[in-house]
Design a protein around this ligand. Structure first.
Ligand code: PLP
Length: 412
């Protein structure tokens, strides 16, 4: 699927053709996105919002056009509900600070889940420490799915917010966010969705989902680093205070106090990443030119194919010695597979496998994937994670399986 647009895929690594399977960490960028960055810097680069001159007005228009594009892409009611940030981590920190400063008091509770990325744990943990509030997490069942019965019992009059990953960056599994949102809303509790691993892979409609907030990163969806989004329902964003002070976010500044700008500028202090927003728009245009349904179908098929090949390798058994454990095996996944290999009962360290794959040009991620509480619960030091983007195909899976076979023949 459109591999030609991604020049980097023609690179050689250690003298071998690059097989890039680390898309959950960051995706590669198509020519169209790189062209958008080049165009911005060569044709209209100028600081936005403050200038009367032509270039400033063009830059302002482009930034707002990008905001409108993001709003339409995720089905927001209005572009005022789109705040540009540096990425998912920045979005969640912004929300934790703003929401927390305004609404959290001693003894209140925030709920996350047992499979969150650190960026959907630590900002809440820091907030709870500041406010003497309590961070709770939804436990996992044996199959690493969320225990919604337990969640039901956790919701109470002290719960102020629920924040949940839509798709696990370790397992690739899709969480029942609609159900979680319904359950929380029945008690009047708002929900934030960490969309870092869902927005790049599936059609999102924040209004249909009815989440109150959503965070995601541009660099995981074929856009550049340094740009991300915090979506918030207007009624929430209007209520919440700014999380940072500076230029752009003000209405008037006097020695006796400052009044704040309207949405969304209230939450965008300083010069925003207007080149990044324009390139993010190009990335969205690119994804839409392929179609989100087509991307999701392609990546799910590839994931299923890869799981099958991995199982085949285990069945081959390398003389009956090797067992490959795929986590959340058989569950629908959004382009991510985590696994470990056992030699008898002995775990082969994921780092060793990752290193030997790298020597053959295959890029995968190994370790805890910034989700230590989940990895602890899985009782392993880490996993090997393969993650797909729209440009991957079966030849990448075949190359990965061949490289894994070779790696295991060295390790066993
Ligand atoms: N949340 C999830 C589920 C992720 O997978 C990641 C990154 O891998 C993040 C949050 C953090 O994203 P970023 O580093 O772009 O802020």
């Amino acid at each position: 699927m459109n591999r030609e647009d991604f020049a980097i895929l023609k690179e050689q690594v250690h003298g071998r053709n690059l097989v890039y399977l680390d898309n959950a960490a960051t995706s590669q960028k198509p020519k169209q996105v790189l062209d958008a960055i080049m165009e911005a810097y060569t044709s209209w680069n100028s600081n936005i919002h403050r200038g009367v001159h032509h270039l400033s007005q063009v830059a302002t228009m482009k930034h707002e056009e990008a905001r409108q594009k993001v709003a339409e892409f995720i089905g927001a009611q209005s572009s005022d509900e789109i705040i540009f940030t540096k990425g998912t981590t920045d979005s969640i920190n912004a929300l934790a600070f703003s929401f927390g400063e305004m609404l959290l008091k001693e003894g209140d509770e925030i709920i996350v889940s047992g499979l969150e990325h650190h960026s959907n744990i630590v900002p809440w943990q820091m907030l709870c420490e500041r406010k003497k509030a309590v961070l709770r997490h939804i436990p996992l069942r044996e199959d690493l799915s969320l225990d919604l019965e337990a969640f039901k019992g956790m919701l109470n009059e002290k719960t102020r917010l629920v924040s949940i990953a839509h798709v696990s960056n370790v397992l690739g599994t899709i969480q029942p966010v609609e159900q979680i949102i319904r359950m929380a809303h029945e008690k009047g509790i708002p929900v934030c969705i960490d969309g870092a691993q869902s927005v790049p892979h599936m059609k999102i409609d924040v209004q249909a989902m009815d989440c109150d907030f959503m965070a995601f990163s541009g660099h995981k969806m074929y856009g550049p680093t340094g740009i991300g989004v915090l979506y918030g329902k207007r009624e929430w964003l209007e209520k919440l205070p700014p999380h940072e002070g500076g230029g752009e976010m003000i209405n008037h500044v006097r020695w006796n106090g400052t009044t704040f700008n309207e949405l969304p500028y209230k939450f965008e202090a300083g010069t925003p990443n207007f080149i990044g927003s324009w390139a993010l728009k190009a990335a969205i245009d690119y994804m839409q030119s392929i179609g989100l349904e087509a991307i999701e179908k392609h990546e799910q098929e590839l994931t299923e194919y890869c799981e099958k090949q991995l199982k085949g390798l285990a069945d081959e058994g390398m003389s009956g010695l090797v067992d490959i454990h795929i986590y959340a095996e058989g569950q629908t996944k959004e382009g991510v597979i985590s696994f470990n290999v056992y030699n008898g009962k002995q775990l082969i360290h994921p780092f060793d496998i990752g290193t030997l794959l790298d020597q053959q040009g295959v890029a995968v991620r190994t370790g805890h994937h910034c989700a230590e509480p989940l990895i602890d619960e899985m009782k392993v030091p880490g996993t090997v994670r393969v993650s797909f983007g729209l440009y991957n195909d079966k030849s990448d899976v075949d190359a990965f399986i061949a490289a894994l076979k070779k790696a295991l023949s060295i390790l066993i």
